[in-house]
Design a protein around this ligand. Structure first.
Ligand code: FES
Ligand code: FES
Length: 291
């Protein structure tokens, strides 16, 4: 089921009736909109959907009697546009259901097996192939530390590590990670001891509301490893140089640019990455091992 269809389904099955009843005074218009959503949802889910149709209201009857077209043309252009705008808006912003679909497979639905290692523990699952990695983590495995912000790959709140590389889990189908190792924010601390980057976020006051923080931290873990391996970025001055890349403010800002913080905690985030990098280098020197 495509994302737009899933949203339509969620809106249609979970919340349109009160929403439409509140925003659309004409019951005939409201019935037509509900029918349209039900059609989309039924085609996507391949099962009939129970929808409630309201009897025509007095307002409909009065309006129809005043319209030149009579009973069959009782909707004005203004009413149609405003109702459509409200309904489309509710889909676009995920209202009233933000987390669109349950990751749990419905009995009888098309499902596929998936074996995945999450934070060191192997999971053998049966999933709907259209479920994203983010929804699998949050909705099915209750790993809600990974956040859903935009659900469109634009904010980085959903960043997790897959085989050591950072990805936006909202853009990745869970089924494509068969056999992969996934690390979420819940899996970063070892035996109750925070990673240097986690401790640095606290020390440098690198968050306010904290909604973006798990994504920022996962991203920063991958950033430090990329620098250590010598991976170049857009602002790396010397691409011929081998070995670790120097950690400058520009490198941090460029490499963290996929993670948006609406609170504007950026100065603290840059400071935290620098602090963690120094702590990691110091720990490596002392213990003779990498992070
Ligand atoms: S929720 Fe995935 S990038 Fe915003
Ligand atoms: S701390 Fe609030 S969004 Fe970053």
């Amino acid at each position: 089921m495509r994302k737009a269809q899933r949203r339509a389904f969620s809106v249609c099955s979970a919340g349109p009736v009160p929403l439409l009843s509140a925003t659309v005074r004409s019951t005939s218009l409201r019935n037509r909109i509900v029918r349209r959503f039900a059609y989309i949802a039924e085609s996507a889910s391949k099962r009939p959907l129970a929808i409630e149709m309201l009897p025509p209201s007095t307002m409909d009857a009065n309006k129809n009697s005043n319209q030149p077209g009579g009973a069959s043309s009782g909707i004005t252009r203004r009413e149609y546009v405003s109702a459509l705008g409200g309904s489309v808006g509710s889909i676009a912003f995920g209202l009233p259901v933000l987390d669109a679909e349950p990751a749990q497979a419905t009995p009888g639905a098309y499902v596929v097996p998936l074996t995945i290692r999450i934070n060191g523990s192997e999971k053998r699952l049966t999933i709907d192939p259209s479920v994203t990695l983010l929804d699998l983590l949050r909705e099915r495995l209750d790993l809600t530390g990974t956040k859903k912000g935009c659900d469109h790959g634009q904010c980085g709140a959903c960043t997790v590590l897959v085989n050591g590389r950072r990805i936006n889990s909202c853009l990745s189908l869970a089924v494509s990670h068969d056999g992969d190792q996934v690390t979420t924010i819940e899996g970063l601390a070892q035996g109750g001891v925070l990673r240097p980057i986690q401790a640095a976020f606290i020390e440098q006051d690198a968050f306010q509301c904290g909604y973006c923080t798990s994504g920022q931290i996962c991203s920063a873990v991958a950033l430090l490893s990329e620098l250590h391996k010598g991976d170049a970025s857009f602002v790396t001055p010397n691409l011929r140089r081998a070995g670790p890349v120097e950690l400058t403010g520009d490198e941090i800002r460029e490499r963290m640019s996929g993670n948006i913080c609406r609170c504007g905690a950026y100065p603290g985030i840059v400071a935290a990455v620098k602090t963690a990098s120094e702590a990691t280098r110091h720990a490596s020197r002392m213990k003779g091992r990498a992070l």
